[in-house]
Design a protein around this ligand. Structure first.
Ligand SMILES: [Zn+2]
Ligand SMILES: [Zn+2]
Length: 120
């Protein structure tokens, strides 16, 4: 039971807050927030690169300092492997719209049979 909570937590922690998909090439900002490299560079490019700020905490950075988030990249791989396994499980909730990369997660870790939600 404990394990399932951890899995749900792992799935949540491997979702990019910008694209709501699993991190691709995750990078870590100086404020310790993480995004896909393409998401944050795209965000900064859209903003005209006047200010480099974190979309989550709005901390402003003087220069682009994108560190590859190795630990998170590993977690993304683990989460991918786990969902590949659970995909064969008929009890695993599917995204109602069949959106690729949508990860329904249990909102109540103790009751993994109820309260599954997906992000779309
Ligand atoms: Zn992203
Ligand atoms: Zn931040």
């Amino acid at each position: 039971m404990e394990g399932m909570g951890l899995v749900a937590q792992l799935h949540r922690s491997t979702i990019c807050p910008m694209c709501r998909d699993r991190f691709k090439d995750p990078v870590l900002l100086d404020c310790d927030h993480s995004y896909c490299r393409a998401c944050i560079t795209g965000f900064w490019a859209r903003d005209g690169a006047r200010v480099l700020s974190c979309p989550q905490c709005h901390r402003v950075f003087e220069k682009k300092n994108l560190r590859t988030h190795v630990k998170l990249a590993v977690e993304v791989k683990i989460a991918q492997n786990l969902s590949a396994k659970t995909a064969q499980d008929p009890l695993t909730p599917k995204c109602r719209r069949g959106r690729r990369g949508c990860l329904p997660v249990s909102v109540i870790p103790e009751r993994k049979d109820i309260g599954k939600i997906c992000s779309c």
